[in-house]
Design a protein around this ligand. Sequence first.
Ligand code: ZN
Length: 155
Amino acid sequence: MAILNIVKEGDPVLRKTSREVTEITPRIIRLLDDMKETLADAQGCGLAAVQVGVLRRVVLVDTEETGLLELINPKIIAYTGTQEETEGCLSVPGVWGITRRPKSVTVKALNRNGEEFTVTGTDLAARAFCHELDHLDGTLFIDKMIEKLDPADFE
Ligand code: ZN
């Protein structure tokens, strides 16, 4: 495994649309393993493949509610409620802000064995699902930020 470089805002790759995974190859498995190590090192609660420069629909979400999840070709299939809470992004260091997201989100995805599963997350997990899936379509949380917070509160 390897810790990969996290691409920062301003790099045009973050604005590109990621492609579906059509076959779970050893390269995809390696990507998942490297992303896990990278996410653990960065101490984030989610990471999309595009953030390590790979335009494939692969994300990790790691929250207390969900544990560490590997999601291949994830899609939001249901959501309810709204929340306005704090978000940040490993690709946008030093910026935190409030976004409006669903309170609860259900995602369908494939695991590394190619098996379909669904998972529901609320609060932080719901925000993480929305945030990471947005990355797959070139959207950053700063595009949706309704209020920017003082970074001094997060140091
Ligand atoms: Zn992000």
